[in-house]
Design a protein. Structure first.
Length: 396
């Protein structure tokens, strides 16, 4: 229980708490965090960010023709650390280490696998995250941007990744693979750069956000905006809205888990506990389980960054055009959709909607569901069950 409480964070950072990685090598795959900077990026909304810096890491070797590249795009609360370890004595490897590495589904003996931190990463104060967002210094003022930072979209995350790859002389992707928010980026890659993407894999994803999902995401934003310390986004010289951030991380954690697994992991609710009877302000062991670990991670997050991430997800429709159909019409890549049967966050019908539209357009998307008890988190915990499918798709 103590180990669980230490590591539960939000969404997929729960992965760290249960160590669901299979290390087939005697020695871990060691990786380095790198940094990439470029200037004058114009957002989809038409505003210019004078300087963008993001972190990235890679696994495997880039071949001479630079045509063996697989891009991994990360989830809402994640970062570029998809596999391997920064040091041999790290407690745990990257979140998809079970499927990325020598001889694994995404085989680093064959492919050059690369992943980068997104703009407005949720945890800019994590020493292993390099990102540009509201907490970054605005060169025009010498102070953090706050809400002066432009609203960014999933397409902007993709365009920044494109700049990174271009700087390395990489012009085409053998595949792009991502989970959750990463799946949105993967699909967007196949639309924004249709001639540069050969294969696209969407894990626990969607083609567009519907009204229900947009509303669900809004519950992640409200606690931050309602925290008095948020101060309309201007808190960098004062107290951060940690109460709101903690509530947001706790809510993400709960929504990412199916009730079956949450009820197995959490303390069994007491019947009429004395503390709860004495005051509505008193906590209970169940609530402590949910909120305590989120509170320990809250200082590494940034309230404004979380709000910007929520908005980027709320605005998503593949192609960012008139509708889903017009966006998907641009897809030329082979596509594989792997939603989780018991996902209550990005429910399987969202992936099916994209698959149905692609089929209507005469394309041949592949579709399989990931079975498991974790809910949304089956996209990480249970992804090894789809290793053979993933490997065959990538290598066909």
């Amino acid at each position: 229980m103590q180990r669980t409480m230490i590591f539960i964070v939000s969404l997929f950072t729960l992965l760290l708490s249960y160590g669901c990685h299979a290390q087939t090598e005697t020695e871990p795959m060691l990786v380095e965090k790198n940094s990439f900077t470029f200037t004058d990026y114009t957002t989809l909304g038409g505003e210019v960010i004078p300087e963008v810096t993001i972190g990235w890491e890679s696994y495997g070797e880039l071949n001479a023709d630079k045509d063996n590249v697989i891009l991994i795009t990360h989830f809402f609360s994640g970062n570029s650390h998809a596999a391997g370890k920064y040091a041999a004595d790290d407690v745990l490897p990257g979140y998809w280490d079970a499927i990325i590495g020598p001889g694994k589904a995404i085989d680093t003996n064959k492919y050059f696998v690369i992943s980068s931190d997104t703009l407005v990463n949720a945890f800019p104060h994590d020493p292993n995250v390099i990102t540009t967002g509201p907490a970054s210094i605005n060169p025009a003022t010498g102070k953090p941007y706050g809400l002066d930072f432009p609203v960014v979209t999933i397409r902007d995350f993709v365009n920044v990744q494109y700049e990174l790859l271009q700087s390395m002389g990489i012009t085409n992707l053998h595949a792009v693979v991502g989970a959750s928010m990463g799946s949105l980026q993967a699909l967007e890659w196949s639309i924004a750069y249709p001639d540069k993407v050969e294969r696209m894999v969407s894990v626990i994803g969607a083609g567009a956000m519907d009204a229900w999902t947009i509303m669900a995401l809004e519950h992640w934003a409200r606690p931050i905006r309602h925290d008095p310390n948020w101060n309309n986004g201007d808190y960098y010289d004062g107290e951060a809205p940690l109460t709101g951030i903690t509530s947001t991380l706790a809510m993400i954690t709960q929504q990412a888990m199916h009730p079956v697994i949450m009820n197995l992991r959490a303390p069994k609710p007491e019947v009429l506990p004395q503390a709860a009877l004495e005051s509505v302000t008193n906590s209970t062991p169940v609530l402590d389980y949910l909120f305590a670990s989120s509170a320990t991670r809250a200082p590494l997050a940034d309230g404004n960054h979380l709000l910007y991430l929520v908005r980027a997800n709320q605005l998503f429709v593949a192609g960012h055009n008139n509708d889903l159909a017009s966006g998907l019409a641009k897809v030329k890549a082979k596509t594989l959709f792997l939603p989780a049967t018991n996902d209550l966050l990005l429910q399987p019908y969202l992936a099916k909607q994209a698959v149905t539209e692609l089929e209507r357009q005469g394309k041949a998307p592949q579709y399989e569901e990931i079975e498991g008890v974790w809910g949304h988190l089956d996209g990480l915990f249970s992804i090894p069950s789809k290793a053979a499918t993933l490997k065959a798709f990538i290598e066909e």
